[in-house]
Design a binder for this molecule. Sequence first.
Ligand code: ADP
Length: 594
Amino acid sequence: MKRFLAMMLAVLMVFSLAGCTGASTATEEPATEVTGVSGTFEGAGEGKDGAIRVNVTLEKNVITGIEILESHETEGLSEAPMQEVIDQVLTKNSLSIDEVSGASYSTNGLLEAIESALGAAGVTVADLVAVAAAASDQTPLEYRVDVVVVGAGGAGMTAAITATEAGADVIVLEKMSFVGGNTLVSGGELNVPGSWVQENKGVQDSIEQYTADTLKGGDNQANPELVAVLAENALSGAEWLRDEIKVNYQPDYLMQFGGHSVPRAIFPEGGSGYEMISKLKAKADGMEIPFHMNTRATTLLTDENDRVIGVEATKGDQTVTFFAENGVVLATGGFGANVEMRMAYNAEYDERYNSTDQEGTTGDGIAMAEKIGAALVDMEFIQTYPACSVKTGILSYVADTRFDGALLFNKEGDRFVGELDRRDVISKGILAQTDSIGYLVWDNQVTEASHMDHFQKEYDELVKNGELFKADSVEELANHFGLNLEKMQAVLDQYNEDMKTTGEDSVWNRRGLKFSIEEAPFYIQKVAPSVHHTMGGVVINTQAQVMTAEGQVVEGLYAAGEVTGGIHGKNRLGGNAITDLTVFGRIAGEEVVK
Ligand code: ADP
């Protein structure tokens, strides 16, 4: 669950100027002579989630401070990229900055706000005084540590903290300007058989039952040895998150994702991966683990015995080498955001599918490991989520109305799939329709039964993007997106009749039915499937060591999280990604130090 919070950020004034702080409007008259303009000026831009307002301080046409007065951008995802923009603008005294990875709507909105403040000052971008090229970057081109962790998502940070706890000197490389990967944009729930929450609620569960559910959920294609390790260590992993990392979990709430025989997913505060990622980062910072951001690992380095001895990475236009005495932990996530790679392994998942994934999820670690002889497994097994934004690919929580009674139509005004069918069946069903779009339709009764009100921010954004429409009549609803009204009305009439007579859906046999759809206001939302998780990846053994096709250990190379394959078989059950990265992230961190 992705949370959006209205935030008022006070971003530091990098250089303080007497008499120029704190003002929200011009504090001095623009003086445009040779000396240039000085003063503090306000500007506004449009971010992903609304207005971004800034104060920009100028001293003789040099930007000396940028303060964010208002921002509503996504917590956890936007702060670091926006700070990077500010740092670059201040360093270069220019709006022509190097590309900042991630949160592009937010960073563009921020640049727009800065430009508008310059406009308020009567200064054009061209007027900004060119500053001398920054003193040459002091980044050493070579580092030598015990352990290099590649990727700062859940698995990478878990491994880095564990290895540091075991006494190693660790460096983390992250190609994006923010930490968290897909873990950050996930719901953050994890399956834990025998958890304290199950105990509180009197839910009977066992390691054996969880193992059986996980194997069955993956069509019995997973490696049973890895699943056994997952199940046996899930509880100690969750206790570690709770006690050492201080992640807060709701004490009396459990989720039961599809395929699990009992409710067993513990639920973090806020229902988002942000709770876990922010706490992991705080712990890592407390341990003074260095994070090299915007640093993309490109090559695994090996010695003459094929042992992995480090990583080559690029940072800006520099190549930096990180030597690892003990070993490298790959925690680079999956490849859901890499269409070319998806198609290379399974042609079905072409560009018709967007992705719910963070844009850094491009399979780099898998490709790097394969190049030095690592075996890959289950690469063709790719999981989709059926109801996502047609514009961004992000998983839609508003569209969870599907579980509360919303119906799925096509442009021709007909239903075409069981709304509660398996994710892959619905996904393929939608893609087979006109424009590869499904139209989810519900009414006031469904709204009231749903938890749509938790996602007001997403709702507003969908409306703003033209993906969701609210109307007083079915006619208005159908006409808005050009659906065949006559057919749609007939289908709805039949459905409503079913609800009132037998209570059974005679056409698509929709389970768990509750409501007819006839009470205004009505809603219609465009939805499309997105790639959500890639089950395949590098082969590991139970010590998280990467293996070759011949069954040999690749010395010095460990892997954890979505970069690995074999744990989920054909299909990952909900809540198992976080259990996986916690268990194997900890194992990788322990083993690499041994
Ligand atoms: P997991 O759930 O397995 O931890 P995530 O998707 O949460 O996976 O995290 C993977 C992280 O690895 C992301 O933050 C991603 O940006 C980062 N990453 C991916 N490729 C590279 C790379 N080549 N170099 C450095 N970091 C990378």
